[in-house]
Design a protein around this ligand. Structure first.
Ligand code: AKG
Ligand code: FE2
Length: 239
């Protein structure tokens, strides 16, 4: 069968899960072909140019059609890899391999506002494929404080965490701590072609800025929402 993603052996999957647990992230090296990267790069460059060189993001399968997010999310091999990582790392009963897809394009002055926003993802596993990473000036590294908390079983505890984190004072303290070197996150200089994986809902993370005249673009596949059926969340109508 013609699948754009090669898949991994069980030993490779185990190594990725071990790496996520110990280093805080795992890498699938050279999992993407240059052709698939090139068409996604073109997609990003065209859209950013049309947006006068400013920040953009695309969410959902329709919005990212024609990019590697479509190819990867439809790849049976990639779906299997995520399911197996989840099974080994979290529980033997993974949800169906459906992804929340986001393509981010940091650029221009507006791009600066989308850096240093520390957060936990709402999904368990985050797979990140860098599309364009600046090679000069600030590279916009991904920074991680891995596995800080457990998966929140209840949406309410997740919400309390969010309120504690999502305010100017906490964000300022984290940003300052990182810039001054008082806090020592894991820092990833990402390379297009690789796929980076981490427990998004357990790992406090953000990206650093890049220079305003450069594009930094990342494709994100978020897998397994632990609060998909939360009554409270539905009532509050929150993401
Ligand atoms: O673009 C990145 O490097 C990370 C983005 C991220 O964490 C997110 O969108 O949830
Ligand atoms: Fe995130």
């Amino acid at each position: 069968m013609n699948d754009m993603f090669q898949g991994l052996s069980i030993a490779d999957i185990d190594a990725v899960v071990r790496s996520i647990e110990t280093l805080g992230y795992g890498v699938i090296k050279n999992g993407l072909s240059e052709a698939v990267l090139a068409k996604t790069r073109r997609f990003v460059e065209d859209r950013v140019r049309a947006n006068h060189g400013e920040y953009l993001h695309f969410t959902g399968a329709k919005a990212v059609a024609g990019t590697l997010l479509q190819d990867l999310s439809e790849s049976k091999n990639f779906q299997n890899v995520c399911r197996l990582i989840y099974e080994r790392g979290v529980s033997p009963s993974p949800p169906p391999p459906r992804f929340h897809l986001v393509l981010r394009c940091l650029a221009g002055e507006t791009g600066q506002k989308h850096a240093y926003y520390f957060h936990f993802d709402s999904y368990v596993l985050t797979a990140l494929a860098p599309i364009i990473i600046p090679t000069e000036g600030q590279s916009g590294d991904l920074i991680l404080f891995p596995n800080l908390r457990r998966i929140r079983r209840h949406y309410l505890t997740n919400l309390v965490d969010k309120i504690c984190l999502d305010n100017p004072l906490t964000q300022w303290a984290l940003r300052t701590g990182v810039k001054m070197g008082w806090l020592k996150p894991v820092r990833l200089k990402m390379e297009p072609g690789n796929i980076y994986l981490f427990w998004g809902c357990r790992t406090l993370h953000t990206n650093e800025p890049c220079d305003p005249d450069k594009i930094r673009s990342t494709a994100l596949m978020h897998y397994a929402d632990p609060h998909a059926h939360s009554w409270l969340r539905q009532k509050l109508g929150r993401a």
